[in-house]
Design a protein around this ligand. Sequence first.
Ligand code: ZN
Length: 283
Amino acid sequence: MMEELSSGSSDYAASTWIAWFLSTKGNEYFCELDEDYILDRFNLTGLNTEVQHYMHALDLITDALDEHLGDEQREQIEAQARILYGLVHARYILTTRGLAKMLEKYKRADFGRCPRVLCSQQPLLPVGLSDLPYQNPVKLYCPRCEDLYSPKSSRHASIDGAFFGTTFPHMLLMVYPHMIPVKTTSLPQTPTSANAPKQAYGGVSADALHQRALALEQQNQLLSPSEDVSSESGANGNTRPFADSAPRPSTAQGAPAVPHVERLIPRIFGFPVETATQSNCTD
Ligand SMILES: [Zn+2]
């Protein structure tokens, strides 16, 4: 069986259930699961409680299902097999091989591009809002503006977010940090990142990230609970998102009448600020 698969023609490959599933319209976000991965039961731990007809569904995915089934039963199993594939997929795309496959899809912009003009056609990454199935449909994460979008196509918009999971984009960008695009917002540019135009995507250097984290930390310390937002002005002045817009006259931006209207909401990159670190705050 395995030899036939590897040495067989492409026609044979297209006749597997996975190949059929991937070629079905609306399933473009999914990558191909390795059969080895599915057949390793360790990787499927716990999924038997999430999926009905678990064994049949698994057999169907691996093309091992016997044919003596009624149409209705087969249809049920088919539906469950799609859910099982999705749930295994969420685990698989966090593995080295899965990440590599999803990276290729990301580079091809298989998940679409950011609709925001200043993101200049930035490819998106799929993300779930929950790791549990039947909760939320899949969303698309733009690494440039760090916003979430709903897929354009209704086929894609109805895919369960749990088939991609909540940690996938972060994991991908951690493993491939050179894929982190230059942010649309103007960042405190460190000399090192400014002098390093060699990366095609202009990855944000660790220094820049560190500086940003420090700036956010300072900002949080400035914001004591009793104090109002308007009391601070200088801390976030250089993080405002005006990098790509036309150069503004500084007098217009810093007009004395409305000094704090455009306060930047601090963006936290992938993790919430631990309340424990804000030791000054007492509830
Ligand atoms: Zn964007």
